[in-house]
Design a protein around this ligand. Sequence first.
Ligand SMILES: [Zn+2]
Length: 250
Amino acid sequence: MFYAIKNGEKIRPLPDATATCPFCYGKVIACTGEIKSWYWRHERGQHSDCISYQYEAETEWHYTWKSLFPKAWAEVRCEENGKIMIADVKFPNGLVLEIQHSPISPQKIKERQTFHRNVVWLFDATGPMQNSQIGYHKKIEWIQPRETMKFANEPVFIDVGFTADRAKHEVLALTDIRTGFYTKKIYNEKTDDFYRVKAYMGPCKILGIKEFTAKLRALDKKLKKGNEENHSQPKQKKDRGSGQLSFFSH
Ligand SMILES: [Zn+2]
């Protein structure tokens, strides 16, 4: 966990500090080692049923992304009908950015999309990029892609990290995620034979970090407009979870 509560304020860890978990209100302890970004964890053996337990000791990748947004927007407690969930980043008008490093089931993707309603996914693809499993220009080809992507709202955003010359950190918007999966034959020199792997190919739009975060803010602003229109025309109000957000209206 990147943030905890002390004296009513959301704070980052400091050496020897303790604070309160924003989700279960249990005690959390600052972990301030020399290698990883500082984070909060629950006391050993305590509050293992807290929803934030799975967020303890997240990767540097998570922290880097969360630190790009105002702290009020990061790790937001969302409660509805007695159910509590954490939004990785929640924008002022309700857009939620889910920052996903580890594998996630289609069920969990659907569950979060239904709960938060307007979700944008950012998947970590920096590993596959470094392993040369990804190539992109106007299209992306991804060998052994994250297949659960096809259950996420489009466009799916993937973080490919820095370009080879480290000049730019790029995010790709994948706009045709439902149809791009196929099986690729790859030649193996050693065995003089082909083997089959899963692959994905589809159009992609390259965004710098600033462009990506600006895009998210713009999408969130559209939600505000949508909310206002819904309030003024209650008869035409859409069902929840029906996707109020049009990602493609650019
Ligand atoms: Zn907790």
